[in-house]
Design a protein around this ligand. Structure first.
Ligand code: MSP
Length: 660
C-alpha cells in the first residue's frame, strides 16, 4: 500500500428525512464504508460519520403531507436509514441527527460568534426562491421564471433576513482552490466551481428563514423570529459531530476531515458555502471534497414520478448484501454517472462472482479436500522443490503486484479499477490451475510435493484477493478466508504480500456456494425490483413466450432453451462401472460444486483420457440412477454412426462457465 495517513476521517452527506432511502443514498454510504474499511485494515485510526438532515422545508412539507409533526417525521424516517445501514453492513462510527442538542448548540454558538464579529448582518431581501432547492436566486440566475438548478417554478419573495458575508471571500476561495489541487475532486469539478467563481459575483448568503414562513429549524440565537437556513445548519454537522466547541481533544484528533463524499448535485454548497463558512469561523479546510456522479436507471434519471427508483432493500433481499455492495463499487467510475439495470447486475454477478471468484474458491478448496485430506498443504521451498516453479512464482508475483498498487488506487479513488484488478488475478488463478492441472498431476507417482505446492500457491493468491476485496464484501470475504483455515480471517492490508501466511496442516472448510449462480429465469422473476409496467399474469399451462415467440409444434421457444442450464465442467476423475461395458462414472468440477455423472461413452473414451478435459454438462437435469449409480447431470457429445466425440470448450474458461 502507499504511505499511510496519520488518521482518516470520512463523511457522507447527511440525508433528508422527507422520504425513505434509495440507491443513491446507499451508494455514497457504501463508498464511505469501503474507504473506511480500507483504512481500518491498514491500522489507520479511522472515523466514519453519516447522519440525517432533519430541518427545513422538505421535512416540514413531508410531515404536513403525512399529517404528523416534523419531529415525528424525523423520528419515523431516521429508523429507515439506520436499518438500511445495518442491512448493508455499514460500520459508521457515528450517526448525527441535526435535531440532536449536541448539534443545535454548536450551530447556535457559531451563529452568535459570527454575528458578534459582523460576519452575519440583517437586511431586506428581494429575490426569487426555489422551494425544492431551498435556495434564493437573483433575477439574473432565474431561467424564464424557473430555478436554474432544478427547473421548477421560483417564487418572488421580499423579506427581512440575516446574511452571511460570503461574497467577501470570493478572491480568497479562488486562490485556495487554485493552490490546493486536491481540495475539490475530480479536477473537472474544481474547474466547474472555479468557472462559476470567476464569472459571477459571489453574493452574500441568506442564512435565515422567518418563522412566519418556516418554523421547522434551529432558532437564531440573536433573533427568535427566525430559524437557521437548512444548509447553514446541515454543513456544520461535519464539525459538531467531532467535538467542535464541545470537545477540543476529539476535534483536534479528527479535524480536518480527510474526505467529504458528496453527489455532484450538492457541489456548490460544499465547495463554496462550506469553505467560506469555515474561513469565517477560523477553522481549517477539509482536505478534500469528492463529488461522485449519479446512478441512473438505464439512461434515465431516477425519480419517484417515473417509478424507476431502485430500492436497496429489495436488492439485498434478492441477491445478498455483498453482491449489491460489489456491484455498486465495481460499476461506477468515480466522478462519472453510472447506469443501474438488473440485467447488468445479474450479468456482472454471474461473471465476476459466480463464475470467477466462486469457481476458483470451490476448485481450490475441493482439491485441497480431495488431495490433501482437508488440510492446508505445505509449500515447497525453492531448494527442495526439484521441479519447475515458474508458473507458481509468476502467479504469486501477479497477486502481490496488485496488492502493492491498491494503496494508490484507493488514494486516487479508482475503486472500480481496484476491484477489476483483483478479479483479473482471480481469473489468473483459474487459468493457472487449468495449465497446471493438479488433478492430472495427482495421478502420477511421487508428485505429492508438487501438488501441494501448486494448491498452496493458489490458496495463498486467493487469500490475497479475498483480503483486497474484504473492504467491499466483508461478510463473504471473511467466510472465504475462514474456509482457507485462517483463525484470524480479518486481513491486515499492510501485510498481505508476505508469502506463507496460511498455515500448512490447518483444517480447511467448505463455505458452501459463496455466490450461487443466478439463473436467467430469476432475472425475469425479480425484475419487479425496479418498478416497471405491470404485465398481465400468465395463464396456467400457457406456453412460455418472449416477445412474439409462441410455441409452435416441432420448435421450441427461446424461454425453453434458456431453461436448460448448460455449464462447462472439468473432469476430475473417471472410472469404469463394473458390469456396464458402455458406462463411465465421472467426478466433475462444476465451478461451484462437484458432481458425479454417469455417461455412456466407455466404448469411445478410456477413463484416463478424460481427466482434465473441459466438457459441457446439462446442469439442471433431475438426478437419476443408471445401473444403480447416481448421475447428477448429463454431458454433451456429438455422434454420427459409430463415432462419438465429447463437446468440449476451446481455451481456458475453466469450470462453471455458462454455455449459451
Ligand atoms: N441534506 C442534503 C445534504 C446535506 S450535507 C451537509 C441532501 N440530502 S439528500 O437526501 O438529498 O441526499 C443527497 C445525496 O444522496 C447526494 O449528494 C448523493 O450523495 C446521494 N444521491 C441521491 N440520489 C442519487 C443518485 N441517483 N445517484 C447517486 N447519488 C445520489 O442533499
Amino acid at each position: 500500500m502507499s504511505e499511510k495517513p496519520s488518521k482518516y476521517y470520512v463523511t457522507t452527506p447527511i440525508y433528508y428525512v422527507n422520504d425513505k432511502p434509495h440507491i443513491g443514498h446507499s451508494y455514497t454510504t457504501i463508498l464511505a464504508d469501503v474507504l473506511a474499511n480500507y483504512h481500518r485494515l491498514l491500522d489507520v485510526p479511522t472515523h466514519f460519520l453519516t447522519g440525517t438532515d432533519e430541518h427545513g422545508q422538505k421535512v416540514q412539507q413531508a410531515a404536513d403531507a403525512n399529517g404528523i409533526t416534523p419531529q415525528e417525521q424525523c423520528d419515523q424516517t431516521v429508523i429507515r436509514f439506520q436499518e438500511l445501514w445495518k442491512c448493508l453492513e455499514i460500520k459508521n462510527d457515528d450517526f448525527i441527527r441535526t435535531t440532536e442538542p449536541r448539534h443545535k448548540t454548536v450551530v447556535q454558538q457559531t451563529l452568535q460568534e459570527l454575528f458578534d464579529r459582523d460576519e452575519i448582518y440583517k437586511a431586506e431581501y428581494e429575490g426569487w426562491y426555489c422551494v425544492g432547492c431551498e435556495r434564493f436566486f437573483t433575477e439574473k440566475d432565474v431561467v424564464e421564471g424557473n430555478c436554474p438548478e432544478c427547473g421548477r417554478k421560483v417564487d418572488s419573495i421580499v423579506e427581512s433576513n440575516y446574511f452571511f458575508r460570503m461574497g467577501k471571500y470570493q478572491e480568497w476561495l479562488i486562490d485556495y482552490i487554485e493552490t490546493h489541487p486536491d481540495f475539490i475532486q475530480p479536477a473537472f469539478r474544481a474547474n466547474e466551481t472555479l468557472g462559476f467563481l470567476k464569472t459571477k459575483e459571489l453574493q452574500d448568503l441568506c442564512i435565515s428563514r422567518p418563522k412566519s414562513r418556516l418554523a421547522w429549524g434551529i432558532e437564531l440565537p440573536f433573533d427568535a423570529g427566525f430559524v437557521t437556513y437548512v444548509w447553514f445548519d446541515a454543513l456544520i454537522n461535519y464539525i459538531s459531530a467531532v467535538g467542535y466547541k464541545s470537545d477540543e481533544e476529539q476535534f483536534k484528533k479528527w479535524w480536518p476531515c480527510s474526505t467529504h463524499l458528496i453527489g455532484k448535485d450538492i457541489l456548490t454548497t460544499h465547495t463554496v458555502y462550506w469553505p467560506t463558512m469555515l474561513k469565517a469561523m477560523n477553522v481549517a479546510m477539509p482536505e478534500s471534497i469528492f463529488a461522485h456522479g449519479w446512478w441512473l436507471t438505464g439512461r434515465t434519471k431516477m425519480s419517484k414520478s417515473l417509478g424507476n427508483v431502485v430500492d436497496p432493500m429489495d436488492m439485498i433481499d434478492t441477491y445478498g448484501v455483498d453482491a449489491f455492495r460489489y456491484f455498486l463499487i465495481a460499476e461506477m467510475t468515480l466522478g462519472q454517472d453510472a447506469s443501474f439495470t438488473e440485467e447488468a447486475f445479474v450479468k456482472r454477478y454471474n461473471s465476476d462472482l459466480a463464475n470467477d471468484l466462486g469457481n476458483v474458491t470451490n476448485r481450490v478448496l475441493n482439491m485441497i479436500s480431495r488431495y490433501c485430506d482437508d488440510k492446508m498443504p505445505a509449500p515447497a521451498s525453492s531448494a527442495d522443490a526439484g521441479f519447475d516453479t515458474v508458473l507458481e512464482d509468476g502467479l504469486w508475483k501477479e497477486a502481490i503486484a496488485i496488492a502493492g498498487e491498491m494503496g494508490s488506487l484507493i488514494d486516487n479513488m479508482k475503486l472500480d479499477r481496484s476491484v477489476a484488478m483483483v478479479l483479473s488475478v482471480v481469473r489468473k488463478i483459474n487459468v493457472y490451475l487449468q495449465e497446471r492441472a493438479p488433478w492430472a498431476l495427482a495421478k502420477q507417482e511421487g508428485t505429492e510435493v508438487e501438488v501441494a505446492h501448486c494448491l498452496y500457491t493458489a490458496a495463498e493468491c486467493l487469500r490475497v484477493c479475498a483480503g483486497l476485496l474484504y473492504p467491499v464484501m466483508p461478510g463473504k470475504m471473511h467466510a472465504l478466508r475462514t474456509a482457507l483455515g485462517m483463525a484470524d480471517a480479518k486481513p491486515h492490508l499492510g501485510k498481505l504480500s508476505e508469502f506463507g501466511v496460511l498455515i500448512p496442516g490447518s483444517k480447511i472448510s467448505q463455505p458452501g456456494a459463496l455466490f450461487p449462480r443466478i439463473e436467467a429465469k430469476k432475472t425475469d422473476e425479480t425484475s419487479s425490483l425496479v418498478a416497471k409496467e405491470q404485465k398481465p399474469a400468465k395463464k396456467k399451462n400457457q406456453p412460455a413466450e418472449i416477445g412474439n415467440q409462441k410455441s409452435t409444434p416441432g420448435l421450441i421457444t427461446f424461454d425453453q432453451v434458456m431453461n436448460v442450464n448448460l455449464k462447462t465442467a472439468v473432469v476430475l476423475e473417471a472410472e469404469k462401472i463394473e458390469g456396464a461395458d458402455k458406462l463411465l462414472k465421472l467426478q466433475v468440477d462444476l465451478g461451484d460444486e462437484q458432481r458425479q455423472l454417469v455417461a455412456g461413452i466407455a466404448l469411445h473414451y478410456k477413463p484416463e483420457e478424460l481427466v482434465g478435459k473441459t466438457i459441457v454438462v446439462v446442469a439442471n437435469l433431475k438426478p437419476a440412477k443408471l445401473r444403480g449409480v447416481k448421475s447428477e447431470g448429463m454431458l454433451l457429445a456429438a455422434s454420427i454412426g459409430d463415432s462419438l466425440k465429447l463437446v468440449t470448450v476451446e481455451g481456458n474458461l475453466g469450470a462453471g462457465a455458462s454455455v449459451k
